[in-house]
Design a binder for this molecule. Structure first.
Ligand SMILES: N[C@@H](CCC(=O)N[C@@H](CS)C(=O)NCC(=O)O)C(=O)O
Length: 235
C-alpha cells in the first residue's frame, strides 16, 4: 500500500483526509487506532504524532516488496517514509503532490487566487471551526450513541451564527469561499458542516450558506465516507 492513514473510521479528522484523498483519487489504507483504549497516548504512537492525536499519514513511494530496492537505488523519492500530521497540513501536501495528476486546481497557482484560497483557509480555521466543530461533534456523538450535551451546542451557537453571517455575505458574491471554483478551503469544512446540518437547521437562516453546504454534502467524496472511513485501494 502506498499511503497509510493512521486514524479512525468514525472521527471527524480522519474523514477530512479521506474526503480529500477521494477528491484526488489517491488510494489509501486506513490503519485503525484504538482511541477508546488510548492507543493514541502510548509512547509508540507519540513517536509519530507527539500530541497523541489522529490522524497522521505515512507515505511510501512504492509497494513494500519493492521498497528496499527503491531505497537502495538512485530513484528513491525524498518523501519515501514521510510522516505528517495536522489535517490541514496533510491536505495541502496531498493536493500539492497529486492535484496536477488528477486534473484539479484545489490550491490555485495564480497569486491572487492563491491568496484568496489562503484567506478562506484561514477563516475556516479561525471563524468556522472553533464553534462549528464543538456543535458538529455533539451531533456526531449523538448519532454514534456516544452521548450528547445540549449545553455545548447552546454555548457555541451564538458565536457560530455570528460567523455564518460573514459566510452568507461571501457566498452571496461567489459560488465558493475563494471564488467561483471549488478549493481545498471549501473541503476543509467537511465533515463539520454536514454534521452541523444533520443536527440543526441553523444553515437555513443563511440561504447562501445552506446552498453551499448542500452542494458540498452531495459531493461523491463526502458521500463515500459519511457513514465511516474505509481503506480505499481503488476508485
Ligand atoms: N488539529 C488537529 C486535530 C487532531 C485531533 O484533535 N484529532 C482528534 C480526533 S478528530 C483526536 O485525536 N482526539 C483524541 C485526543 O486528542 O486525545 C488536526 O486537524 O489534525
Amino acid at each position: 500500500m502506498v499511503l497509510k492513514v493512521y486514524g479512525s473510521d468514525v472521527t471527524t479528522c480522519t474523514r477530512r483526509i479521506a474526503t480529500i484523498l477521494h477528491e484526488l483519487q489517491v488510494p489509501f489504507e486506513l490503519i485503525k487506532i484504538d482511541l477508546k483504549n488510548k492507543q493514541n497516548k502510548t509512547e509508540e504512537f507519540k513517536k509519530y504524532q507527539p500530541f497523541g492525536q489522529i490522524p497522521y499519514i505515512v507515505r511510501f513511494s512504492c509497494f513494500p516488496s519493492a521498497r528496499l530496492l527503491v531505497l537502495l537505488s538512485a530513484s528513491a523519492q525524498d518523501d519515501d517514509g514521510f510522516i505528517l500530521f495536522e489535517t490541514r497540513a496533510i491536505g495541502r501536501y496531498l493536493v500539492a503532490k497529486h492535484q496536477a495528476g488528477a486534473g484539479l486546481e484545489l490550491i490555485p497557482s495564480d497569486p491572487k487566487k492563491h491568496a484568496l484560497f489562503e484567506q478562506a483557509a484561514a477563516f475556516e480555521q479561525s471563524n468556522f471551526d472553533p464553534a462549528g466543530s464543538e456543535i458538529g461533534l455533539q451531533f456526531h456523538l449523538r448519532r454514534l450513541g456516544w452521548g450528547f450535551d445540549q449545553a455545548v451546542v447552546d454555548k457555541n451557537m451564538p458565536l457560530f451564527e455570528q460567523r455564518l453571517e460573514g459566510y452568507n455575505t461571501i457566498l452571496g458574491k461567489t459560488r465558493y469561499l475563494a471564488g467561483d471554483e471549488l478549493t481545498l478551503a471549501d473541503l476543509f469544512h467537511l465533515p463539520i458542516a454536514p454534521f452541523v446540518a444533520e443536527g440543526s437547521d441553523v444553515f437555513e437562516k443563511y440561504p447562501n450558506v445552506a446552498c453551499w453546504v448542500k452542494e458540498l454534502s452531495a459531493r461523491p467524496s463526502w458521500l463515500a465516507y459519511k457513514d465511516g472511513v474505509v481503506s480505499t485501494l481503488a476508485y
